[in-house]
Design a protein around this ligand. Structure first.
Ligand code: NAD
Length: 461
């Protein structure tokens, strides 16, 4: 019977990163994956393909709206949808092949097939049973739907179907104003669809700093996304080429009906652990979420879990960090994830990025804080690039000036957030950022100005 130190089930960002780190730390490692390609949801049907479509559709937006202003004249490009999908598939291929290469380079065995755990210490893949001192479950998550709505991936689609539509819909209705709904809604709005978002809450992006969420919603409205907030979708009826959506407005319980060519259901995801045999093994779960201790150990000896199938935000980078941490723990080191400094990014245009506390969580905790804010209107580079919408907001402790959180809506927000993450990891004060020289002209100067705004004031506003 083939025997390993560690077998990881699932090759998404949690699983493949864990496998590579285990191998780097000298553990004999295998990773089980049943999909044809490595990389899990993120690389195959999630982050990477959606970013390809966001990039392509943003280029179209630039050509349509900004080229002429810069003296670039000529007809705007038209959309060749099959070619755009082919480009997206090529990007997926390059990335998934990259993981295959990294597995070979690090001597990680890919056990091809769907894995299950017949008993602790054993992983079954197809007809073969492999022995492992440690098993890491990294099986990720799957789209969910809501009662009365059945996903057929043709007219009523999850994010997976939305990345494979046969044509650009005339009218797209998105259920759920979370990350998936807004990213994919933006793609289709830029490609010419009429996009209507229906959201249960009376604001978009639950959990986001509310001032940032309001500005974000205004920005998306300017991009022709329309919002019906405080509305609970009751049912979706898929007709031959259309769908009928029935929803109730929560304020007066009135019922309304809306048509769509395509309905995207983006109401959240749930842990995916089907077929592993966790119930039979007695692994503790709570509403499908695998319960782990601070070392990612489940209640069954030798079985660990990381990523979307355990508690915490369903983010690829959170899973990656947990993958590295558990590998280090299994190798006898002190693996650790700082959950207080996990950035969140929405890859619309402008991007929205956040880390740490929001004004709302600080108020709830009764913590006294100050706010340093700087608009991209005062940033020369942003003005030159038609990217002056948005701001950087830093929240710092009133007494100590220590940075507690940051929220950015603006150009490259998803990259800019990381200097604040590093600062927070080092327990920095806003003044530390303010005193750091930032190259001119860069978007990052807006971060420094927000840090200056926590003290004596920014220069350019
Ligand atoms: P989400 O939880 O972010 O948003 C779902 C939204 O649907 C919520 O706003 C909720 O109020 C709404 N909703 C629920 N039931 C409804 C109903 N009956 N009628 C109307 N609205 C309803 O979920 P998501 O956008 O599907 O994303 C799933 C997960 O994937 C999240 O954890 C997200 O962080 C992650 N993800 C992250 C990224 C990224 O980091 N860029 C990208 C994609 C997905």
């Amino acid at each position: 019977m083939p025997s390993y130190d560690v077998i990881i089930i699932g090759s998404g960002p949690g699983g493949y990163v864990c496998a590579i780190r285990c191998a780097q730390l000298g553990l004999k490692t295998a990773c089980v994956e049943g999909r044809e390609t490595l990389g899990g949801t993120c690389l195959n049907i999630g982050c990477i393909p959606s970013k390809a479509l966001l990039h392509a559709s943003h280029q179209l937006h630039e050509a349509e709206h900004n080229f002429a202003k810069m003296g670039l004249k000529g007809k705007s490009p038209s959309v060749d949808w099959p070619q755009m999908l082919a480009y997206k598939d090529d990007v997926i291929g390059q990335n998934t092949k990259g993981i295959e290469f990294l597995f070979k380079k690090n001597k990680v065995d890919w056990l091809k097939g769907w894995g299950s755990i017949p008993e602790p210490g054993k992983v079954k893949v197809g007809d073969e049973v492999h022995e492992a001192k440690h098993i890491v479950v990294a099986t990720g998550s799957d789209s969910t739907t809501i009662p009365g709505v059945e996903i057929d991936e043709k007219i009523v689609v999850s994010s997976t179907g939305a990345l494979e539509l046969t044509k650009i819909p005339k009218k797209l209705v998105v259920i759920g104003a979370g990350v998936i709904g807004l990213e994919l809604g933006s793609v289709y709005a830029r490609l010419g669809s009429e996009v209507q978002v229906i959201e249960f809450l009376d604001h978009i992006t639950p959990g986001m700093d509310s001032e940032t969420a309001k500005v974000f919603q205004r920005t998306l409205k300017k991009q022709r996304l329309t919002f019906t907030l405080g509305a609970a979708v009751q049912s979706v009826e898929a007709l031959k080429t259309k769908a009928k959506i029935t929803y109730r407005l929560r304020k007066d319980d009135s019922e309304h009906v809306m048509d769509a060519d395509i309905v995207l259901v983006a109401t959240g995801r749930k842990p995916y652990t089907e077929g592993l045999g966790l119930g039979r093994l007695g692994v503790d779960t709570e509403r499908g979420v695998i319960q782990t201790d601070a070392h990612y150990a489940t209640n069954v000896k030798g079985i660990y879990a990381i990523g979307d199938c355990i508690a915490g935000p369903m983010l690829a980078h959170k899973a990656e960090d947990e993958g590295m941490a558990v590998a280090e723990i299994l190798a006898g080191q002190a693996g650790h994830v700082n959950y207080g400094v996990i950035p969140g990014v929405i890859y619309t245009h402008p991007e929205v990025a956040s880390v740490g506390e929001t004004e709302e969580t600080l108020k709830d905790k009764g913590r006294s804080y100050k706010t340093g804010k700087f608009s991209f209107m005062g940033n020369g580079r942003a003005k030159a690039n038609f990217a002056a919408d948005g701001f950087v907001k830093i929240l710092a402790d009133t007494e100590t000036d220590r940075i507690l959180g940051a929220h950015i809506i603006g150009p490259m927000a998803g990259d800019l957030i990381h200097e604040i993450c590093v600062a927070m990891e080092f327990g920095a004060a806003a003044e530390d950022l303010a005193r750091t020289c930032h190259a001119h002209p860069t978007y990052s100067e807006a971060v420094r100005e927000a840090a200056l705004a926590c003290g004596d004031g920014p220069i350019h506003s």
